[in-house]
Design a protein around this ligand. Structure first.
Ligand SMILES: NC(=O)c1ccc[n+]([C@@H]2O[C@H](COP(=O)([O-])OP(=O)(O)OC[C@H]3O[C@@H](n4cnc5c(N)ncnc54)[C@H](O)[C@@H]3O)[C@@H](O)[C@H]2O)c1
Ligand SMILES: [Zn+2]
Ligand SMILES: [Zn+2]
Length: 339
């Protein structure tokens, strides 16, 4: 089958590999759609691990139901890409997202389990979820990233009337804005370095105001607007500038949720974090329930994820699309690949 492999720094190439077969009861899915994630861009820029077949936000059609007796060939599905052990304390308390096993064999994030930038993929059978009839394959690919945002907002514990700052207007930030609004935030600001994206986000109506994060007076403006800081800040970029922005713009005693991922260690304004007694929470992925909740919210039209999909491309265009997304200048938010 045709697939896309990571070959080096900023280099993805078409390759041919064997079609996956069901292993330990796994479900084999013909990929109909797979969206490109901000995390995939980190791997692309790092160029490692070589030969990785990315794509953990997928939807498709069952071609082999594996050990899932309730599934048949032709069923429309998506899935959690993770592989929790189901035995550890994290798993037993429903927190499969931080089970240490979850990422070892993750679909599209490990060398042992190829992802959705391919014609077929294999997903652990208990992680496969049926797509409701009304939800399209394109919308279904948005379940995974939207669940990341839902988890971050659940951790932030937003109260009605809270002032919330979202840092980074990619899909994680914009869906976090959607959920912050659903939870009753009274004012939602977005700080972005890419104004093309920020202006587009403003049009969607969940964000009240945008701030240019590349300007030196950013923190001053944010503090002035909120009389001393935001109740909750959701960091959705994963770089040292964004984490600093979060610490400097949260109010004393406020909460920061770190959803963005930096693969490198970063410096942070430690004294400010201590003097303000900031609550700094890491957020990784989502629980199974959060994933199911998002699928249900899409089905019930409570969230509209389709507006964030700006382009549909084939495998041949993937390398160019990654280059466009890392440029920091595109107004596109989500690009979905249809292998
Ligand atoms: N915690 C998790 O489980 C999880 C899951 C998925 C993605 N992520 C991470 O979340 C982050 C966002 O993902 P995405 O898909 O939305 O990515 P993205 O790359 O599409 O969006 C990030 C945005 O941040 C903006 N930005 C960069 N530096 C900034 C700064 N200093 N201030 C303000 N804005 C800035 C960029 O212009 C970009 O629009 C990534 O780091 C990704 O790895 C985390
Ligand atoms: Zn993702
Ligand atoms: Zn576990």
């Amino acid at each position: 089958m045709k697939c896309i492999k990571l070959k080096g720094v900023n280099d993805l190439q078409i390759a041919t590999i064997k079609k996956p077969v069901s292993k330990d009861g796994s479900v084999i899915i013909r990929v109909k759609a797979c969206s490109i994630c901000g995390s995939d861009l980190h791997y692309f820029e790092l160029g490692e691990p070589k030969e990785l077949i990315l794509g953990h936000e997928f939807s498709g059609i069952v071609v082999d139901p594996g050990d899932r007796l309730d599934l048949k060939i032709g069923d429309r599905v998506t899935g959690l890409p993770i592989s929790p052990c189901l035995k550890c304390e994290a798993c037993k308390t429903g927190n499969i997202n931080y089970c240490s096993n979850s990422w070892n064999d993750a679909v599209g994030l490990s060398l042992t389990n190829s992802g959705g930038l391919a014609e077929f993929l294999s997903c652990r059978s208990d992680m496969v979820k049926k797509i409701p009839d009304k939800v399209t394959f394109l919308e279904a690919t948005m379940t995974e990233p939207s669940s990341v945002s839902l988890h971050a907002i659940n951790l932030a514990d937003i109260k009605i009337g809270d002032k919330v700052l979202i840092i980074g207007g990619g899909i994680i930030g914009l869906m976090a804005a959607e959920f912050a609004k659903l939870n009753g935030a009274s004012y939602i600001a977005l700080a972005e370095t890419n104004l093309k994206r920020a202006k587009k986000a403003l049009k969607y109506g969940k964000v009240n105001q945008i701030f240019d994060a590349s300007k030196p007076d950013l923190i001053e403006k944010l503090l002035k607007k909120t009389n001393g800081g935001f109740d909750k800040v959701i960091e959705c970029c994963g770089n040292k500038y964004a984490v600093s922005e979060a610490i400097m713009s949260v109010k004393s005693g406020g909460t920061i949720v770190l959803a963005g991922i930096s693969l490198a260690n970063i410096d942070v304004p430690m004294v400010a974090a201590i003097m303000k007694e900031v609550k700094l929470l890491g957020a990784i992925a989502y629980t199974e329930k959060e994933f199911e909740t998002v699928l249900n919210l899409i089905d019930k039209n409570i969230i509209d994820v389709s507006k964030y999909i700006d382009a549909k491309i084939n495998l041949e265009k993937v390398n160019d699309a990654y280059h466009e997304l890392i440029s920091g200048e595109t107004d596109k938010i989500k690009i979905v690949v249809k292998p």
